[in-house]
Design a protein around this ligand. Structure first.
Ligand code: 13P
Ligand code: SF4
Length: 305
């Protein structure tokens, strides 16, 4: 059955001149049919540069919106319109306006996991791959408002020593990773290297050997092999990790680190999206124009390897 669906997807993809982009947290079968699987920054770069007419975005809404903003002349489809990001919804445009009014003169850096309206009010966007480099490039005398993820924001604050005011948002999949569980796994597997995503809480990050975006985790396990890795991020990453280095052991830091929104995308829904050309993600031109300025500044900043 799945093979039939995959064949239909491939045929329709050619007819529509479509490209399928998938985040590393997507179900394995979706990553397998994608033309490009990647982290948030890699996906934005792909979305901005593709010459396809249609982008089928297998991820969550803020990612599809980002693709629509970066490629306004393309048709961006999301296979499930209910695939949202609870963290992105933790700050509204109105709340950001109020936050900015309370901190006049500060620059606003928004994590790409935010709504288009919030990006439009921001000076810069960043992803977990380039947040530290981006903040380091900003004038030293300016205060910075970082929204919406307090955990990534605090990582940037600690790394750069900059005057950053944090918004109290968080990723509910990453905060379920508990430090005592990581400590127990470390004691059981003393040979394991701990890789954590900056969306984890500080006590988990303090136990890690490296703090990396999803894409950086793949580079790490390829270039710095170890007998085992404890992986503190969403469980979808285990699939591409095994593909880039299958000769090691991956131990999830928590079986609870599961993003149900990322898993709303299925092969059937990808096929229906291409058949019906739905759901078309559109961002009002004025919001998109403003948000694009912040996103273009994000894409210019090269991440740390
Ligand atoms: P990255 O893939 O950029 O590390 O982002 C993680 C994430 O939470 C995406 O929703
Ligand atoms: Fe949002 Fe967290 Fe899911 Fe990423 S993993 S989409 S930040 S809820």
């Amino acid at each position: 059955m799945s093979q039939q669906i995959i064949e239909k997807i491939q045929t329709l993809k050619k007819q529509r001149n479509a490209v399928i982009l998938a985040h590393y947290y997507q179900p394995p079968e979706i990553q397998e049919i994608a033309d490009f699987a990647g982290d948030s920054l890699g996906l934005s770069v792909q979305a901005a540069g593709t010459d396809a007419d249609v982008i089928v975005f297998c991820g969550v809404m803020f990612m599809a919106e980002t693709a629509a903003i970066l490629s306004p002349d393309k048709t961006v489809l999301i296979p499930d319109v209910n695939a949202g990001c609870p963290m992105a919804d933790m700050i509204t445009a109105e709340q950001l306006r109020q936050f900015q009014a309370e901190h006049p003169g500060a620059l606003t850096v928004s994590y790409v996991n935010s709504t288009a309206e919030v990006k439009a009010l921001s000076d810069y966007c960043c992803t977990s791959s380039n947040a530290v480099q981006l903040v380091e490039s900003l004038p030293a005398d300016r205060g910075i408002l970082f929204v919406p993820d307090q955990n990534l924001g605090n990582h940037v604050k600690r790394e750069t020593g900059r005057n950053i005011v944090l918004w109290p948002g968080y990723c509910r999949s990453h905060v379920l990773i508990q430090p005592d569980e990581v400590q127990r796994l470390k004691a059981e597997h003393p040979e394991a290297v701990v890789l954590a995503h900056p969306e984890c809480t500080d006590p988990v990050k303090d136990l890690a050997d490296a703090l990396l975006s999803t894409g950086q985790m793949l580079t790490y396990v390829k270039e710095r092999p170890a007998p085992a890795f404890i992986i503190a991020t969403e469980l979808g990453i285990l699939h591409p990790l095994k593909q880039v280095n299958s000769s090691t052991t991956y131990i999830p830091a928590s079986e609870k680190a599961f993003c149900e929104n990322m898993k709303k995308i299925s092969l059937e829904k990808v096929l229906w999206a291409l058949e019906d050309m739905k759901t078309h993600v559109q961002v009002p031109a004025e919001v998109a124009g403003q948000a694009k300025l912040a996103l273009d500044r994000m894409i210019e900043v090269l991440p740390q390897k």
